[in-house]
Design a protein around this ligand. Structure first.
Ligand code: GTP
Ligand code: MG
Length: 393
């Protein structure tokens, strides 16, 4: 054993990642992220510290409270350790944490033909349990993958289209961006564009160097090229996570999923399933048989069949919902992409979706929005006229 990644060590020792980082801070060891590597000496020190802590833990309740604070989701304490009665600190923490964790929403971007769809297909095939089709689904622009670390939601849309249009409307659906770069092609114009989008949205980025199975693959070149953009891979001392993968052989895909989960863990993503519903339209379309279908990402609260929804100046009542595997569902909580049947008009990507108590309430919201729009238009028209007056004939 030589160098060890922090999160691997944390996992091996059954310690929360944040706790591991705290310990490293305590030792004055510098690191960039949980995927940075640390020296063997440090590993030994950490083990010693943990052993000492374990010895003194039952006698020091303050320490136990600390541990609970650092790792609210940690594995249950060993049977021989007394269950700590909730200390005041622990109670405060419970308040602070608020809403429960939600799954990360990940978008895949990159240059044409670098393998975005192939990579998603591979993940989908290996990670999405096929369900019986519910009748109205042929295509959902997002899917949920089950991993050893929990659910990950991927948004599967051509190019950066969805990402940009959605962001242009002021909504951020993605928590993490995967930038796919083909190992035989390196950085291309759309790669730079994708990176710029992710940076502008302040979304953490993970680079997947794809097609490493090809004989002409040159992952090192990709890393060097990234460095030129001031994106320094971890192994070069930076903090950019770079994962070599092959959508063809599946190599590295598990690592990629692991990195996504780790990034999500650090982002501490939360949403309240019991809160007021809000969501974003991923895409809308007309199905010849079913009618208007919209894929909506639930961001807060829970959607139920029968709920009234308002989008822009349109509204609808949910007649049916399917999950990304095509199964009919009755309700959907945060970080769930659902296909909804029941809108009267096709909603635009990136539109915010809200719920209304009933049809009357939905109509009121829409009337208010229409009025605001007319007022704005009228004001714009008046400004135009005034300008024309000033300019003269
Ligand atoms: P656009 O949607 O057009 O932007 O392309 P994309 O990024 O979705 O790429 P796509 O998945 O369509 O892959 C493009 C080509 O690369 C296809 O011929 C794939 O079979 C091939 N390809 C994708 N990933 C790999 C890989 O890991 N290894 C190899 N050898 N070929 C791959
Ligand atoms: Mg594609």
């Amino acid at each position: 054993m030589s160098k060890v990644r922090i999160y691997t060590l944390a996992k091996d020792l059954g310690v929360d990642n944040n706790k591991m980082l705290e310990m490293l801070d305590g030792l004055g060891v510098s690191y960039k992220s949980v995927s940075s590597t640390i020296e063997e000496d440090t590993v030994e020190l950490i083990k010693q510290l943990l052993a000492e802590e374990a010895e003194s833990a039952p006698a020091a309740p303050a320490q136990t409270a600390d541990a609970a604070q650092a790792a609210p989701q940690a594995a249950p304490a060993p049977a021989d350790a007394p269950t700590p009665s909730p200390a005041p600190e622990a109670a405060t923490t419970a308040e602070d944490t608020g809403a429960p964790h939600r799954a990360p929403v990940v978008t895949i971007m990159g240059h044409v033909d670098h393998g975005k769809t192939s990579l998603l297909d591979y993940i989908r095939k290996t990670r999405v349990a096929a369900k019986e089709a519910g009748g109205i689904t042929q295509h959902v622009g997002a899917f949920e993958a089950q991993t050893s670390k929990g659910k990950i939601v991927f948004i599967d849309t051509p190019g950066h289209e969805a990402f940009t249009t959605i962001r242009a409307r002021g909504a951020n659906v993605a928590d993490i961006a995967i930038i796919v770069i083909a190992a035989d092609d390196s950085l291309m114009p759309q790669t730079r564009e994708a990176i710029a989008h992710a940076q502008a949205a302040k979304v953490p980025m993970i680079v997947a160097i794809n097609k490493v199975d090809l004989p002409q693959a040159d992952p090192e070149r990709v890393k060097t090229d990234l460095t030129q953009l001031n994106l320094v891979p971890e192994e070069y001392g930076g903090d950019l996570v770079v994962v070599p993968v092959s959508a063809k052989t599946g190599e590295g895909v598990e690592d990629l999923l692991e990195y996504i989960s780790l990034t999500a863990e650090l982002e501490d993503l939360r949403a309240d399933p019991k809160g007021t519903f809000s969501g974003v339209v991923i895409e809308g379309r007309v199905d010849k048989q079913a009618g208007v279908l919209a894929t909506v990402m639930v961001q807060e609260g829970t959607l139920h069949v029968g709920d009234f929804l308002v989008v822009g100046e349109g509204y609808g009542k949910i007649k049916a919902m399917t999950d990304s595997a095509g199964g009919r569902i009755k309700e959907a909580g945060p970080s769930t992409p659902v296909q909804i049947l029941g809108f009267s008009e096709v909603p635009a990507s990136g539109e915010q979706v809200q719920s209304a108590k009933n049809e009357h309430a939905a109509r009121e919201v829409i009337a208010g929005r229409a009025q605001t729009r007319r007022d704005t238009e009228a004001a714009r028209e008046r400004r135009k006229l005034t300008l024309e007056d000033m300019m003269g004939p």
